[in-house]
Design a protein around this ligand. Structure first.
Ligand code: SF4
Ligand code: SF4
Length: 429
């Protein structure tokens, strides 16, 4: 019998027109997986209790906060990519939630209509809406997609039948004319958010939102730097969990809680308290995002006694490594500064993307890792192809390297476990 429980809110789910019976089964399964994956870890920081509570309330407490925002006329907007500027949503008092799917449970719903051979993250997200098995999807006023990859941009046309879906055109190059187009797209996003909120964003609103998000990103940077200590004071699983919760928690509260955790980790670093063992092999993960509850690779790596010390990923450093200049004034210049920050995100959908290759090597050095696992979701062409350049750079730098291409199904777990264990043995020398 599981002692951890994700709380049930059947009446609330019913009011959101969800498939309550099916969703409740998923809730129980996820609670069970969470307990085994997270609560059985030894010597976790006490401040992880807040993040456990965020998981316990993932389908209720936080949803109530979203619905309260809607009641007050504040828009609730769903996104799928770190290129959609949350600052603009916060500036009207709205709420931004990440709707990327990291679960196999919703994939069959998607495969009833979408092709099977597309990225599991797109299928999982679409399936949550199609099956009416995600309260976040049911609660949002609209969703804002982007044109980062073919699977996503064509899925938005189909998703629009189920929920109003708007699309931001993200260019594929970073030349001045691309950035000019990007800025116009950001302005369109601002207009849409203002239209739904029924009010315009002032410079003060935007400045406050930029500060809030910068503070949130600084807290995540602080946590990441703490993970780089050897021994690492927190497990990679917990690090990833916090990065995942960042996409749905209230930003000011989340920032406070991450900083509280960091204060505790500072103490652990000073007294060399490590989770897990002191001599654990240190691994850095690079590649495609791992949306909640995708803990597959972390589970296997840490289950084999190693520790993950950095995620070069959108659910990881790509989300928080860059800040927006807070000293800029005037709406036009502020929006340009915001766009400037977003263009620093080095997703593989861009070409050329030399910045990412150098960034992977930099993060490897900063994190004091001993090897890199480059992870790509199945059918993600851009990350799969960029793998060539990451591998070559690692060969050149003498960095031990392993590539994993996987989806959300449990079918390849045995094979991955064998490969990961062999890689760790190689690192042990
Ligand atoms: S990997 Fe690219 S497309 Fe996916 S969330 Fe990150 S920036 Fe967006
Ligand atoms: S992982 Fe790749 S294929 Fe999947 S949504 Fe992101 S960019 Fe698209």
């Amino acid at each position: 019998m599981s002692s951890f429980e994700i709380k049930a809110y059947p009446e609330l789910w019913q009011s959101l027109d969800m498939d309550v019976e099916r969703f409740d089964k998923m809730r129980l399964m996820m609670g069970d997986i969470y307990e085994k994956t997270y609560l059985h870890q030894q010597n976790r920081p006490a401040a992880m209790a807040y993040f456990d509570s965020m998981i316990a309330e993932i389908h209720g407490g936080r949803i109530k906060e979203l619905l309260a925002a809607k009641e007050e006329g504040r828009p609730v907007i769903g996104t799928f990519c770190v290129y959609i500027p949350e600052e603009i949503v916060l500036a009207v008092g709205g709420v931004c939630v990440g709707l990327c799917g990291g679960s196999q449970m919703s994939v069959p719903d998607a495969e009833k209509i979408l092709p099977r051979n597309i990225c599991p993250m797109v299928k999982s997200a679409y399936g949550f809406k199609a099956g009416r098995i995600c309260p976040y999807f049911q609660a949002v006023d609209f969703v804002y997609g982007e044109t980062t990859c073919d699977a996503k941009k064509k899925t938005w046309e189909i998703l629009d039948r189920l929920v109003p879906t708007y699309v931001m055109e993200i260019p594929q190059c970073k030349n001045p004319r691309d950035i000019a187009l990007w800025l116009e797209e950001v302005k369109d996003f601002k207009s849409k958010v203002e239209e739904v909120a029924g009010r315009l964003i002032s410079e003060e609103d935007l400045a406050a939102a930029v500060k809030t998000m910068n503070n949130k990103r600084k807290a995540l940077q602080r946590l990441n730097s703490l993970r780089h200590h050897n021994p690492s004071p927190i497990s990679g699983k917990d690090g990833l969990l916090i990065e995942q919760i960042a996409f749905y928690d209230e930003p000011i509260r989340f920032t406070e809680k991450v900083n509280e955790l960091c204060d505790e980790l500072d103490g652990r670093v000073n007294s060399a308290v490590a989770v897990p063992g002191k001599n654990a092999i240190r691994i850095m993960v690079a590649g495609t995002p791992m949306a909640l509850p995708n803990w597959k690779v972390h589970n296997l790596v840490e289950g084999a006694g190693a520790v993950i010390v950095n995620e070069e990923s959108c659910i990881g450093t790509r989300y928080f490594k860059d800040l927006i200049d807070e000293d800029v004034t005037g709406m036009e210049a502020m929006l340009a500064a915001l766009t400037d920050r977003y263009k620093e995100i080095d997703c593989s959908c861009f070409t050329p993307n030399d910045e990412r290759i150098s960034q992977v090597i930099k993060e490897f050095r900063d994190s004091r890792a001993q090897g890199i696992i480059n992870y790509s979701l199945q059918f993600c062409h851009t990350y799969n192809l960029e793998e060539i350049r990451i591998r070559e750079a690692c060969e050149q730098e003498g960095i031990p390297y392993m590539f994993i291409e996987s989806d959300y199904s449990p079918e390849d777990i045995g094979q991955l476990q064998t490969r990961i264990e062999a890689f760790l043995e190689q690192l042990e020398g």
